[in-house]
Design a protein around this ligand. Structure first.
Ligand code: SP5
Ligand code: ZN
Length: 354
């Protein structure tokens, strides 16, 4: 059997520029865990692979997946914050929302544009953990270029390409950011694969958290299926409101969404059963996007799942055996000493599948 060519690593030095500094969680500033060093840990562990620097892509796919008003907000809001009184007033330069125009406030009335920067921040950001600082836009936009460059490599004949996206993306919706995510790299990759002529695309989300943003973006579509396994939001985990098994899509997308919530403490065997179920669900799609979060690992500080590097390697073999062009997009994974090895294990498994 012919040996498939090794999976290249697409990256950009710009992705280091986002420095979250902190996450405000239940009212308390905690240290952020989505750190620039994640990029270097993953680069180190995949050093034997071909490395491709992302090329610049225009905003076409980005502005079809996300609302242009949201993209413009993200691009300009930090500069606007710096022009406001905030650095003197509150002594810090990160954009942090404090009031959110959810249904609890709007009650069916269309809200007007908030003039104050700190007011408008809550229209596009849906939590207090996901801060916008200097370099956030540049990093998030570079992550999109990583995803789109990986799609290009697959279009040029690569069996699979890995995009070292940072910040991650799967919690970002069409209209907003949250969950340490700003722009939805995986959704943009899926749309670009559709544009390249793949009639159906399956997104398989291995991150420990449910990818509510990706699910929302494709909720009413049948041409992009979304399948996810994650720690059960019903057991109290982020993103809390989404990720339950009863969420299966709507309209044209009815049945195209599949969620497999898992109990806290789930280890390799039941986790891999769920991966196999998602692979069955994804079979028949013409292309695959893997939202490759490695925060399901036992040592990860952000999730209670107990998956090992062998588990990630086995997941790679399962999804690689689907035998369709695949774009592998980095999502979460926060334990600096192990994330590189976990990503490398997945890539080795995917490459040596079947
Ligand atoms: C992409 C991704 O994995 N996003 C995960 C976002 C989940 N964050 C939930 C944070 C909950 C509290 N974390 C406290 C740890 C101190 N920083
Ligand atoms: Zn996660």
């Amino acid at each position: 059997m012919p040996v498939p060519p090794p999976i290249p690593v697409v990256w950009s030095p710009q992705t280091r520029r986002h420095e979250p500094m902190r996450e405000v969680w239940v009212g308390v500033p905690t240290d952020g865990t989505e750190l620039p060093e994640r990029v270097d840990r993953i680069l180190d562990a995949t050093a034997s692979r071909e490395r491709v620097e992302a090329t610049t892509h225009d905003d076409d796919v980005l502005r079809r997946v996300h609302a242009p008003a949201f993209v413009d907000h993200l691009r300009t809001i930090h500069d606007e914050w710096l022009r406001g009184p905030y650095v003197e007033l509150v002594g810090q330069d990160r954009v942090v929302p404090y009031v959110f125009p959810t249904e609890a406030m709007t009650q069916g009335m269309p809200p007007s544009r908030a003039v104050a920067t700190h007011g408008r921040a809550g229209q596009f950001g849906y939590d207090t953990m996901t801060l916008v600082g200097p370099g956030t836009w540049e990093a998030a936009r570079a992550a999109v270029d990583c995803a789109l460059t990986a799609v290009d490599l697959v279009g040029g004949g690569a069996t699979a390409a890995y995009a070292l996206c940072r910040p991650p993306g799967h919690h970002a919706t069409r209209d907003g950011y949250g969950g340490s995510c700003y722009l939805n790299n995986a959704a943009i990759a899926a749309q670009a694969l559709r544009d390249a002529g793949h009639a159906t695309v399956a997104v398989v989300d291995l991150d420990a958290h449910h990818g509510n943003g990706t699910q929302a973006i494709f909720w009413q579509r049948s041409d992009v299926r979304y399948g996810s396994l994650h720690v059960d939001p019903g057991a109290g985990w982020f993103p809390h409101f989404y990720g339950h098994a009863h969420e299966t899509g709507a309209g044209d997308g009815e049945g195209a969404t599949r969620n497999l919530p898992l109990p806290e403490g789930t280890g390799d065997e039941p986790w891999l059963d769920a991966v196999r179920e998602l692979a069955t669900y994804a079979a028949g799609a013409d292309a695959l996007v893997v939202s490759l979060g490695v925060d399901a690992a036992a040592a990860d500080p952000e999730s209670p799942l107990q998956v090992t590097a062998d588990g990630y390697a086995a997941a790679g073999r399962v999804l690689g055996s689907l035998g369709v062009p695949a774009v592998l997009v980095q999502e979460g994974g926060y334990h600096l000493d192990t994330i590189g090895g976990l990503v490398a294990a997945y890539l080795d498994g995917h490459e040596h599948a079947g």
